[in-house]
Design a protein around this ligand. Sequence first.
Ligand code: SD4
Length: 333
Amino acid sequence: MYNRRKFIESAAALGIIGLLPSAVLAGTKSTLNNSESPPLPIILSTWSHGIAANAESMRILENGGTVVDAVEKGVMIPEADPNNRSVGLGGFPDRDGKVTLDASIMDQHGNAGGVCFLEDIVHPISVARKVMEETPHVLLAGDGALQFALENGFKRENLLTPESEKAWLKMIMEKNYEPRINWEEKHNELHDTIGLLAISQSADIAGACTTSGLGGKIRGRVGDSPIIGAGLFVDNEIGAATATGMGELVMKTLGSFLVVEFMRNGASPQEACEKAILRIVDKVNGYAKYQIGFIALNKKGEIGAYSLQPGFNYALYANGKNVLINADSYFPK
Ligand code: SD4
């Protein structure tokens, strides 16, 4: 079980107390000062692969990159990692053995771009950015997205690594297509979607989300990650949110948009993530079998995270420290 007190103590030592969700702070001693504005920039992302992604994002910001450069380049790290089985190269394939990718990106001006059901391209997030910046559209799908990528200089590559193929063959033999909760924890080698949010020193906010989606999905299935408002939403006046887990639950509730709307109506990022999970519990049949995790940040640089099931963690880079934190969850451990 995650040790809250120990975490709070180390958070105090790291100087990130002011950023932490109230749920994490609840029950801590009143000597902790939670009122200071956290220094910007801050990077926040889903799961342990977020540590390396955050580090790259921060490096981009420190070297004068824009906040949208930072979110794109950050998530490119897990996309290019063949050992990461849920994002980009080496992603777990669909039922037919094809790796199909979904990604989306939003900048501080409210611009958005996405690709879905894209094959053979290592960096779907960069194609999504091109859709955002160089077309009048928001979302390109399948063969059309691939054609657009190739026309824009992206190279075609086989994304199915021998390890992913082996895992796929095992799944086919076992005929076990049921989505599993917290792949990272229970299936050591598997991870999950990366959603990454950044707020720059000048308080501009951007976000990126990229995934190979649900392992063993029916061919043609598209999840929440490329759908603006579902897997990702940014409103530079308010804040941003991104989601991971069983995309169908997020799509049915337009989860990331909902989190941002809760913040617009006065909720803290932590309260907003909790309310969005409660909305799933309230509205989506069969929710208890699945995992969903939300992360969020607001214009002040406060952050929040919450999940349906225990086991969700997120990476927070703030105050010069890049740390992995366990989120609180609706279901107890
Ligand atoms: C999806 N939300 O495709 C993504 C992937 C994920 O557990 O996070 N899977 O539904």
